[in-house]
Design a binder for this molecule. Structure first.
Ligand code: SAH
Length: 218
């Protein structure tokens, strides 16, 4: 039973059912969400709600993303392409508590994740370390410029919304790479940017609600 208790097993299974109802189909993504202990990424006071399909507050005015959105973005990143698995190198901008990074760690060989708020960065690093997740590198930096020194990436996920689609970030995609990101201010849409030998293709996916991407370190 993977060391997961019976109660938790049931609440996690309910979450997976809920994600299926909302259209998440990728079994690898559903398995990753089932296995990552989301209750360890939220404050103890919130732990009883950890497997509800909602975003929850973490400190510093930030949130842990809703499981649906984590699943959806990861599924879009994988594109249903069974041949390209596991993904190679992935960048996440906006580590927050580290939950999405822990999910990505099960889907990609190498994950880089960047956070601009130092105490969040420190906590996420510790949490991922405690869980013995070794293929995630957590960086304290301004992710609005990506992570040029580790580029190119096969996938990029942004967990905070920029007002416009950044040309700087897409240049850090490998050919064949995919980037999933929220764009906009009050009204935000999820976008997919794909890079092939000829250039970039953008697809608008669905309305979303993310915290804003902020500049500089805090
Ligand atoms: N990925 C998280 C969600 C984090 S919320 C999860 O798994 O639940 C978005 C995060 O993006 C916040 O922690 C915020 O501090 C961070 N962020 C905002 N602007 C940033 C920037 N320019 N560089 C790095 N992180 C940023």
């Amino acid at each position: 039973m993977n060391g997961i208790g019976m109660t938790s097993q049931r609440t996690r299974a309910r979450l997976i059912e809920r994600l299926r109802e909302q259209g998440i189909k990728d079994e690898a993504v559903l398995a990753a969400i089932f296995e990552v202990p989301r209750h360890l990424f939220v404050d103890e006071a919130m732990a009883s709600r950890a497997y509800d399909d909602v975003s929850l507050p973490i400190n510093y005015n930030q949130t842990i993303s809703q499981p649906y959105i984590v699943a959806r973005m990861t599924e879009v990143l994988l594109a249903g392409d069974l041949l390209s698995r596991p993904l190679g190198r992935v960048l996440e901008i906006g580590t927050g508590c580290g939950y999405q990074a822990a999910v990505l760690a099960r889907i990609a060989r190498e994950v880089y994740t960047v956070e601009r708020i130092k105490p969040l960065y420190e906590r996420a690093r510790k949490q991922l370390g405690d869980l013995k997740i070794r293929n995630v590198s957590v960086r304290y930096a301004d992710g609005s410029v990506g992570l040029p020194e580790s580029a190119p990436f096969d996938g990029i996920i942004m967990a905070a919304a920029a007002p416009t689609l950044s040309a700087v970030l897409r240049e850090q995609l490998a050919v064949g790479g995919r980037m999933v990101l929220p764009v906009g201010m009050q009204e935000q849409w999820l976008y997919l940017v794909e890079r092939d030998a000829n250039g970039f293709r953008e697809t608008q996916l669905e309305p979303v609600k993310f915290v804003p991407l902020l500049m500089g370190k805090a």
